[in-house]
Design a protein around this ligand. Sequence first.
Ligand code: ADP
Ligand code: MG
Length: 415
Amino acid sequence: MRFSQYHFVDEIKQNLEKLGFKKPTDIQYKCIPNILRGEDLLAIAQTGTGKTAAFAIPILHILHAKLNNKREDGIKCIVMVPTRELAIQINEVFQVLGKNTRVNSFSVFGGVEQGPQIAKLEKGIDILVTTPGRMFDLVSQGFIKLNRVEMLVLDEADHMLALGFIKDIRDLIRFLPKQRQTLFFSATIDDEIKDLAYSLVKNPIRIQVSPKDPVSKNVDHSVIFVNMDDKRFFLERMINENPESKILVFVRTKVRCERVHAAMDRVGITSIFMHGGQEQQDRLSVLNTFKQGFVKLLIATDVSARGIDIPDVDYVVNYDLPEHPENYVHRVGRTGRGRKKGMAYSFCDESEKDQLLAIEDYIGKKVKVITLGKDDYKEITDLTSEKKMDLKQILEELTPIPNKRYGVKKSKLNK
Ligand code: ADP
Ligand code: MG
């Protein structure tokens, strides 16, 4: 079925056409009718399969029809997402798909002044895309009224419900009108979170497509066993062999993020980095620089693992293995989006083998291993353009960073 055969309002159809979206993806095909019927939904589909438009299209259609020339005050739909970058990205999707419709959307998030956000809210917003923190602040100060909300969407739902926000989300739901539609979207979910999601809605939820393997079928992913101290040489080699490629590298901590950036700098490779310790404006400009391709190497923590849609990332590198196995699925899912194919490599040190096992357990299969002969391995470490470092530098480089395990899931994206 093509989008032209749907009974969407013309404006939305024109916007889909302009975007070059001809046919719905599987998840869109399955979700759209349910959402249009007003049903609650738990939708699980792999990374990069178009989950955003799966909820944005029907929501815009419903609200446009309802607004029917006379503007009623109050937010009608709240979309909650884990990061500020994602709030901006998803709001952009609403704006592009909702161009020339009667529906207004807007995003709010922390880390920037709230004044301009409040001014905009007062002008009348139908769809609010938001991170939980800033939204709860604005609700408690009375700048956001919830009495007209008809729809609640939790994107990256498993993360949102596990983030330590569950209490806040329960509180929020108590303020929402009883008559409303609740939609959960994610690429990953476990049984515990699924139960939690069910407990938040009255109507039975429809579960949607999710193949057994949660890793996107467009991503060819494998692991290479590399000593911790040699990882930088392997990254250097990979970049030099693929000078035109856009590469997203994930590391475990903020400190490592900056160190890998410095290590690349020493061998003449330009990179940018992004982690939770940066100012919001810096994070946004880093992401833009990478998106536009001005710099083709981004080194990031898990703060960028979820939801970010940069269609032309060629490689994802897990420079460090993720601590939470589901983040493996999200990280490698930053490549191979839409119809594109992507590659992902994980650099696994001896000390990370347990993490690899946890990942394999989570995805239900072994990760393909790339085996290197001793000579090949040595060639990579020998051929670095890194100049001999002085003793102090070497010691700094080798100092192990304590492998902090996070007991509380709350800190997952706060890195
Ligand atoms: P997900 O949330 O499932 O990870 P996104 O919603 O971010 O995926 O979409 C992934 C990419 O697919 C985006 O670049 C989006 O523009 C594109 N896309 C979504 N729906 C369609 C469609 N029907 N046809 C073509 N491209 C699409
Ligand atoms: Mg998404």
